[in-house]
Design a protein around this ligand. Sequence first.
Ligand code: UDX
Length: 438
Amino acid sequence: MKVSVVGAGYVGLVTAAVLADQGHEITCVEIDEDKVDKLKRGQVPFVEKDLSKVVARGMRHRKLSFCTNLKVATEWADIIMICVGTPTRDDGYPDMAHYEAVVDQLCECLTGPKTVVNKSTVPMGTARRVEARLRSSCSQPDTIHVISNPEFLREGTAIHDMYHGDRIVIGTNQLDVQMQMMELYAKLSSPVHICSPESAEMIKYASNAFLATKISFINAISELCEVTGADVEEVAAGIGADQRIGTEFLKPGLGYGGSCFGKDVQALISTCKMYEVPFGIIESTVAINARQPYRLALKLEDALGKLDGREIAIWGLAFKPDTDDMRDARSLDFIKFLLDRGAHVRAYDPAAYSNAFRLLPDVQFFMNPYDCARGADALCLLTEWQEFAKLDLESVRRSMAHPIMLDCRNAYDANKMWQSGWDYSCVGKTPPKTLTSA
Ligand code: UDX
């Protein structure tokens, strides 16, 4: 099938590369000429496991190409997939500017038959509204269909998720379009869930809001564990053993970040306000997530006595491991708190340096974790990169001014850490001894 994928960001590029790998002819349309030039030379503009390999394979087999001309790509394709960003506006509602700009252009050049697929996360009712708009400017209106087909790709495992997703949601009531989409995804093993466009749009928001709520729930439980002496990991394993709950997304930490959870939860809250539907749970989810970095930074302040003038080393800045993405990273709030209290902050991240550098002008960056920790009054692990599990922690401890560690992702074995001379604290576990003041 011939597919134009509009937008070469995380979602668009992964989708385009995997569909090309499955034998479809894919043109990826991107307005950023510089990005297109780089992609044509095989350079992927962000860190995503296996993506460069799959892009290169698609290009080698002449199944994947890149261009800047949406009109030409639209005329050529059977399916147009819109994968542009819908970031959050100040009022919490999605900023539809990029999406609407694509629709404006489609209005000028769309002739039927075409299927327009919304992969961008858009407010409920968008597919139906845009279908009416595109049809009104087209000579064969009945052959234009707009459907919702949300993505559930996690950064860092997006290629794997595309091949082995838990489900493919196809939101259209049109039988022939359902068949067309099933043919498009025929080589993927994921079960297909067919529903109305409105339900598909809601599934995306509700999925991310539910996952975010699970994370905030366990983070709130972690605070309770700290004051009651329970161990949050034992608790998470115990509740997760109930199949109705499940163990996934019950890992306590610094809170959720990234390009989706915060944005989608805000969009759901805005929708609730618009329709005057009370949804207190989701507001609590946001409040707990906002509090978590400050709560953990206060633990560090307690351990050090004061933050003013202290040298604090940070390991990990990206919103999660295996990505260089700093969007909505909780590390930013955590570090801001330390800087506001007068601490000197130095940081190391295996991949996010160039994105973090411009966001954190007052932070000193290091190119390796040992140099970053040397001489520091305390070390904080904010992103659980695998690399940190393999370091020689004994030599790190000896190189520091004070052996204080705050592990905000429970990356290390707490019992081992407490026995090995660290003043170690983590999330939702009570140490056998309180952290010593520096
Ligand atoms: C998410 C969704 O999982 C995906 O389906 C959607 O389409 C895009 O948004 P992503 O943002 O890549 O994916 O990251 P994800 O792995 O879901 O993690 C999001 C945040 O939650 C990260 O900051 C992560 O550290 C945090 N998290 C995740 C926890 O704190 N605890 C957990 O148990 C799981």
